[in-house]
Design a protein around this ligand. Structure first.
Ligand SMILES: *Cc1c(COP(=O)(O)O)cnc(C)c1O
Length: 393
């Protein structure tokens, strides 16, 4: 409980709700309602049923034998890549759409970077027959063209964000603007543990299914419910919070969060927020973000669109500051190589985001008895072009 959110929506020094006056009613409604709604037994039944029969949960916990042999530890992969739509994002999208319905909302908006959250949102909107508008950076739309087509096929409207770096943070700004203009009938499905309170907490709870299942599966497979290490990549930090959630109070579990170093931490083309960032306010919460001396947000860079974000969620900022989790970073090249290695050792092509977590194994030393869990947050289908270009297949 030591790392939980307090009554005011803060994790230590971070969090809160820094929002324009006009969004206050929406955020206040969410804050007052989300726990009541999500704790309602009827809600739980519907949520659990969709996770099971629609998403395909529980996702397997797979002992990767050849990877384990290479690194000299027992390495278990939490297979979020096998979820419907190919990543962990669907867990949160389902949680929020069921919430939006109960709040009487008729229209859903979302932002997306890699397109995975947009696809997950468009998917659940199709499932429930609700209008869906997705904001996406113009550059990301080019990088992730198949996901744009998928969203359109699912019936969503995809609106390009053409300002700034034309990537995720600009799409997020556009979505916020839409919400300000449509406060009554619209719910904004944020895709990571970012944004004003209660979003970071709400999204973390929806994703906490990852460590909830992992604990049970570890107990079945190893006789112990706690691993020695839990690793996950961090963009905004939702798959990592999901993987860390039920281990936070067990200090024996070493938590490792892997950010994108892009071309290198000091290259000027990076998204290694915990190294390069300072405290400030981004997208409605107090957190750590990459900013210039006069407080302008610095354009982040990573080869993976999902990690190309200038901040981290407020709970991560807290875990970083109090050193409960270790924040490290991995370059584009290191991640791509780790993606190739996982493909050839285990027959699993990971999302480049997830490959960042795997790349950090190279930098660790283990005891042979160590149990290591890694969140394999998504599958690599969407990244094939990038892999192909890099390796020349
Ligand atoms: C979006 C995405 C991420 C990054 O988002 P988090 O909120 O940090 O989890 C990581 N992996 C995959 C596969 C994604 O689609």
């Amino acid at each position: 409980m030591k790392y939980s959110v307090n009554e005011q929506g803060y994790y230590g020094d971070f969090g809160g709700a820094y929002i324009p006056e006009m969004l206050y009613p929406n955020i206040e409604e969410l804050r007052q309602q989300y726990e009541i709604i999500t704790n309602d037994p009827a809600y739980r039944v519907e949520f659990d049923a969709l996770l099971k029969d629609y998403v395909g949960r529980p996702s397997p916990l797979y002992l990767a034998k050849r990877l384990s042999a290479k690194y000299g530890a027992n390495i278990y992969l939490k297979r979020e890549d096998l979820n419907h739509t190919g990543s962990h994002k669907i867990n949160n999208a389902i949680g929020q759409i069921l919430l939006a319905e109960r709040l009487g909302k008729k229209r859903i908006i979302a932002e997306t970077g890699a397109g995975q959250h947009g696809v997950a949102t468009a998917t659940v909107c199709a499932l429930r027959g609700i209008e869906c508008v997705v904001y996406m950076g113009e550059i990301d739309m080019e990088r992730q063209a198949p996901n744009v087509a998928r969203m359109k096929m699912l019936g969503a409207t995809v609106v390009p964000a053409t300002s700034g770096s034309k990537t995720l943070k600009d799409a997020t700004n556009e979505a916020m603007r839409d919400w300000i203009n449509n406060p009554v009938d619209t719910h904004y499905i944020i895709g990571s543990v970012v944004g004003p309170y209660p979003y970071p907490e709400m999204v973390a709870r929806f994703q906490s299914i990852i460590s909830f299942e992992t604990k049970k599966q570890l107990l079945e497979q190893t006789g112990k419910e706690l691993p020695d290490y839990a690793l996950a990549c961090v963009g905004g930090g939702s798959n990592a919070m999901g993987m860390f959630y039920h281990f936070l109070d067990d200090e024996s579990v070493k938590l490792i969060a892997v950010e994108a170093a892009g071309l290198g931490v000091d290259s000027g083309h990076s998204a290694a927020t915990s190294v390069l960032g300072r405290e400030g306010v981004l997208h409605g919460s107090r957190t750590i973000l990459m900013q210039t001396d006069d407080g302008q947000v610095v354009e982040p860079y990573s080869i993976s669109a999902g990690l190309d974000y200038p901040g981290i969620g407020p709970q991560h900022a807290h875990l970083h500051k109090v050193k409960r989790a270790k924040y490290v970073s991995i370059t584009d090249d290191e991640a791509l190589n780790a993606g190739l290695l996982l493909s050839q050792l285990e027959g699993i092509i990971p999302a480049i985001e997830s490959a960042h977590a795997f790349a950090y194994l190279e930098k660790m030393t283990f005891k042979p008895t160590d149990n290591v869990v890694i969140c394999l947050s998504g599958r690599g289908d969407k990244d094939l072009d990038t892999y192909i270009k890099h390796f020349g297949y």
